[in-house]
Design a protein around this ligand. Structure first.
Ligand code: SF4
Length: 98
């Protein structure tokens, strides 16, 4: 499973895309912190993760956060970043999920 949180900075007639999308692309992590809030057990398969990346890019949010778990454990990470960076000016890669 995955989560996408859409946050709208302000709802008005001039804003048609989300301000920010926070996407946890994996639940795997190198650490095992006792305070970890955890995530759902299943991850998106390769086909769905690329589809999701393209859908996020098509929404043209102002800012995308890629997190996990540890996003570098997802082998598609650099492809995902390439898809997203073509249409989105600002993105953040949050390592170790926290
Ligand atoms: S995702 Fe964050 S809180 Fe959870 S185990 Fe990894 S580093 Fe710790």
């Amino acid at each position: 499973m995955f989560k996408i949180i859409f946050t709208f900075a302000k709802k008005n007639k001039y804003m048609h895309s989300p301000y920010m999308i926070d996407w946890a692309i994996t639940n795997r992590c190198n650490l095992n912190c006792i305070h970890c809030r955890g995530m759902a057990n299943k991850e998106l398969d390769e086909k769905i993760i690329y589809k999701t990346a393209n859908e996020i890019a098509s929404l043209k949010p102002q800012w995308v956060i890629i997190e996990g778990g540890e996003p570098f454990l997802r082998e598609e990470l650099f492809d995902i970043l390439e898809i997203i960076s073509k249409k989105i000016l600002k993105f953040t890669l949050s390592v170790m999920g926290c």
